[in-house]
Design a protein around this ligand. Structure first.
Ligand SMILES: CC(C)(COP(=O)(O)OP(=O)(O)OC[C@H]1O[C@@H](n2cnc3c(N)ncnc32)[C@H](O)[C@@H]1OP(=O)(O)O)[C@@H](O)C(=O)NCCC(=O)NCCS
Length: 255
């Protein structure tokens, strides 16, 4: 099995029918209905460079494409399909990553969202940075919600006035990712600060402390020296005085 995932173009239009069949078959097996995707629609996505396709030789075995809503403010990575015999090998994860990267490149400011009941898609999207959101966060574009008309749960969505259904809404918001970055970077920076700024302050304080101590010690030594000099001078004076008195006494005796 040597599967290659590529961004589809005109050369892959011939596989549009096979992909539609795969999507239809899976939808029937899951019993969840299906958004209306004709081979022409899929072929158009390929021509626009808004689809990725997984090929095993000349066999199409996986697919996903990009849809835009609300004038490009919202992007959905739709139509994810992996052929039965290729499932549980990590292929969907690779396709999703590829179509996600393509969406980020083509629509860097758009919010990328999906609605799904599938655990596999929830897992993969979470890994890509999607977070669960209520339907109120999603596009209000009626064309998007029309895509749910083919689903067997559509009546539930209608009953809840498009505010909730059995699907979970997931969204990747580039703005929130950008804002949340500093909180990731700052803790990373802290050790650097501690490494370079804290030791610098510590060394400065240590140096100041040593200087103060040396100054205090030298001034204490100086005053001790001065005191000793004074005491020596004093004792010399006293000795000289006593010698003087003794000499005076001897002179008086001799006289
Ligand atoms: C859903 C689908 C795309 C998954 O394809 P896949 O190639 O088997 O998925 P991967 O091998 O990349 O698996 C990704 C993760 O999802 C898990 N997973 C895959 N299929 C799963 C399933 N049916 N139920 C629960 N988890 C599933 C895998 O275990 C893996 O998780 P892990 O790494 O923690 O073990 C594939 O089953 C499919 O084409 N289904 C029909 C179409 C469909 O449902 N599309 C999604 C529309 S929202």
């Amino acid at each position: 099995m040597d599967v290659k995932i590529v961004i589809a173009n005109e050369n892959y239009v011939q596989y549009a029918g096979v992909i539609c069949d795969l999507i239809l078959l899976s939808a029937q097996q899951r019993g969840t209905g299906i958004a209306n995707r004709t081979p022409e629609y899929i072929a158009d996505k390929m021509r626009q460079g808004k689809a990725v396709i997984a090929m095993d030789g000349d066999k199409a075995v996986g697919f996903a494409y990009i849809e835009t809503w609300s004038h490009g403010m919202f992007v959905a990575n739709s139509g994810l399909i992996v052929a039965h015999e290729y499932r549980k090998t990590g292929l969907a994860r690779e396709i999703k990553k590829r179509v996600f990267d393509l969406s980020r490149k083509l629509y860097p400011k758009a919010k990328i969202f999906s609605i799904t009941t599938g655990l596999a898609v929830m897992k993969i999207n979470s890994e890509l940075g999607y977070v669960p959101v209520t339907f109120s966060e999603l596009t209000r574009d009626v064309e998007f919600w029309k895509g749910c008309e083919g689903c067997t749960n559509y009546d539930i969505l209608q009953r809840n006035e498009y505010r909730m259904c059995l699907c979970t809404g997931l969204m990747f918001d580039p703005e929130k990712q950008r804002k949340s970055k500093p909180t990731v970077i700052v803790p990373k920076m802290l050790p650097v600060k501690f490494l370079f700024i804290r030791p610098a302050i510590f060394l400065k304080r240590l140096f100041q402390w040593i200087c103060r101590k040396q100054k205090a010690e030298s001034s204490q030594a100086e005053s001790r020296r001065q005191k000793a000099v004074k005491q020596k001078a004093e004792s010399r004076k006293q000795k000289a005085e006593s010698r003087k008195q003794k000499a005076e006494g001897r002179r008086q005796k001799a006289g």
